[in-house]
Design a protein around this ligand. Structure first.
Ligand SMILES: Cc1cc2nc3c(=O)[nH]c(=O)nc-3n(C[C@H](O)[C@H](O)[C@H](O)COP(=O)(O)OP(=O)(O)OC[C@H]3O[C@@H](n4cnc5c(N)ncnc54)[C@H](O)[C@@H]3O)c2cc1C
Length: 514
């Protein structure tokens, strides 16, 4: 279970005990003179003010709480440190709030489309942004409180609030406290990048965090960045009623996707009236009265876009700069990500890095899987590793994109002999019946092994249907297994076997109309 799921599950049954004090002896710390079954260094060799644990976890994002539960459950004395909001990015400023708001935006969209379904709506409808925000705040608050009370109620676990910082490879300070352990796990996540664009300091701007406080409708939201985060906010705010312009430096949106996927995404967004400016080579800002001007040195179109608000969605950076990693001797790469091996061990024995801060993934499910890998290696004698993981994620525009494995471009580049199947959503009855037939699905298989190499489902239910493909990929079974499965009618998934029955050589489809 992921932290936010656990939070939801735990919150209603949260223990009524008051929060523990930070006294380690009373609340999970060691008697300083006794060696521990986990091989901890006798505490008299350390400062008398230092509290000794078997494990210290820095950060309560998607890896930390689950790992705390596993380690504490195995009898270790665990300290977990959080400097800001329990549950981290996903719960507070990432997955949970955005998907909650995407749901509000979808409702607004469907109200506008009511007549398409024969539903007559005579009254004027409107979006109340204060209510949208309070719904989001309630759902987020429930998860955050759930994570916090779960951790505070966990046997063998002590919660510290404050900034955790390495003083040495075995010592971490939190405010005036000093903690020590032979095992330290870093789960500090990341934050939005604020790029050094000309004029950026002269104008107010929003990030994925600060936009969570917005309870009004921006007249014209200019979004810098056409990646996953930017696209979700773009469609959401357009559906709430804002004018929206996306400015992207690359030649296509969601630039890591295949060109056909990216083109279809652009079509979906433009159909809803979102302005898209690509190839923006020199982005800068200035003010004209109340207006914010985004200067766009594009190949075509106006050289500037005038908006009421700017959202920066140009990437994220790891929270490793103020962690004292130099004092601990932990190596980072040139972008600040902690260098780890396939089992998430850092360059210093006894220190691991999990989640977004290690650069091995940028999703909640990858952070959580990191915790599973570390726990399996430490506690279960199960040598799980990161390279066992198959790339998988979703983009939560509507309709969503579900992705698994390699892209078509990656398979082509690899030069291997492959087969590809495609199907437009207009040929998926379930999508047609729902009045949501935008997008398409495609799948690529290895021509020799018949194993599935990758798939994309851009269409209604694509975020769920992709899992029927992903599970077969994990099973390393041939695609023919899916063809023999009887899928439920009417669903999006039932057309996956049909698509697999129409495979053709990938080499023959280069440049073919999609
Ligand atoms: C807008 C947005 C939407 C997203 N949507 C999705 C989605 O739909 N699906 C998905 O899979 N992923 C999504 N993500 C990504 C996902 O949120 C992250 O990949 C995930 O939260 C990473 O988890 P983590 O445990 O590595 O770190 P985080 O969740 O960032 O948690 C790190 C925690 O460490 C704390 N911390 C940092 N430094 C210190 C310190 N020195 N001392 C003490 N505490 C510290 C932080 O306060 C934070 O609570 C989204 C991200 C954003 C920004």
């Amino acid at each position: 279970m992921r932290a936010q799921d656990l939070a939801a599950a735990v919150a209603p049954h949260a223990p009524l005990d008051p929060p523990r004090s930070a006294d380690a002896t009373e609340n999970g710390g060691h008697d300083s003179n006794k060696p521990t079954p986990w091989g901890i260094q006798p505490a008299e060799q350390r400062s008398s003010m230092t509290k000794t644990y078997d494990a210290i976890i820095i950060g309560t994002g998607q890896a930390g709480p689950f790992l705390a539960q596993r380690l504490a459950g195995a009898g270790m004395k665990v300290a977990i440190i959080e400097r800001k909001l329990f549950g981290g990015t996903c719960v507070n400023t990432g997955c949970t709030p955005t998907k909650t708001m995407v749901a509000s935006a979808y409702a607004a969209h469907m109200v506008r489309r009511a007549a398409d379904f024969g539903v007559v709506d005579n009254g004027p409808s409107s979006v109340d942004m204060k209510l949208v925000k309070s719904r989001k705040d309630a759902i987020v608050g429930q998860s955050r409180t759930g994570v916090e009370s779960w951790l505070r109620g966990m046997t063998n676990c002590t919660v510290y609030q404050g900034n955790g910082r390495f003083e040495s490879s075995k010592e971490v300070s939190v405010g005036s406290e000093r903690l020590t352990a032979n095992r330290i796990f870093i789960n500090v996540g990341g934050r939005a990048v604020v790029p050094k664009m000309p004029g950026i300091e002269e104008v107010p701007y929003l990030t994925n965090s600060s936009i969570m406080d917005v309870d009004f409708l921006p007249r014209h939201l200019v979004i810098i960045g056409g990646g996953y985060i930017g696209l979700e906010f773009a469609q959401m705010y357009r559906r709430f009623g804002s004018e929206v312009t996306i400015i992207e430096t690359a030649s296509h949106l969601a630039q890591h996707e295949d060109e056909d996927v990216s083109t279809a995404i652009r079509g979906i967004l433009e159909q809803e009236g979102i302005n898209v400016r690509l190839n923006a080579t020199c982005i800068g800002f200035s003010r004209r009265g109340e207006e914010i001007l985004a200067h766009v040195d594009c190949v075509s179109g106006d050289p500037e876009v005038s908006g009421s608000h700017v959202l920066l969605a140009v990437g994220r950076r790891p929270n490793t700069d103020d962690l004292g990693l130099t004092e601990a001797g932990v190596a980072v790469d040139k972008r600040g990500y902690i260098v780890v091996d396939d089992q998430l061990r850092s360059s210093v024995p006894g220190i691991w890095a999990l989640g977004d801060c290690n650069g091995k993934g940028a999703f909640t499910h990858t952070a959580f899987n990191d915790a599973e890998i570390v726990a399996a290696n430490l506690l279960d004698n199960d040598p799980r590793k990161v390279s066992d993981r198959i790339t998988a994620y979703a983009l939560y525009i509507d309709p969503p994109l579900g992705r698994a494995g390699l892209t078509e471009a990656e398979v082509r580049k690899s030069g291997r002999h492959a087969l590809i199947g495609r199907r437009p959503m207009t040929k998926v009855r379930r999508a047609v019946e729902k009045g949501e037939a935008q997008g398409f699905m495609k799948i690529i298989v290895d021509a020799q092994t018949h194993q599935i190499l990758g798939a994309a489902i851009l269409g209604t239910g694509g975020d769920e249907a992709i899992h029927s493909i992903l599970d077969v990929m994990y099973a390393r079974a041939p695609y023919t297994l899916i063809q023999r499965a009887v899928h439920i009618h009417p669903t999006v998934s039932e057309l996956i076997p049909t698509m697999l029955g129409q495979l053709q050589p990938l080499a023959d489809t280069a440049g073919a109309p999609r």
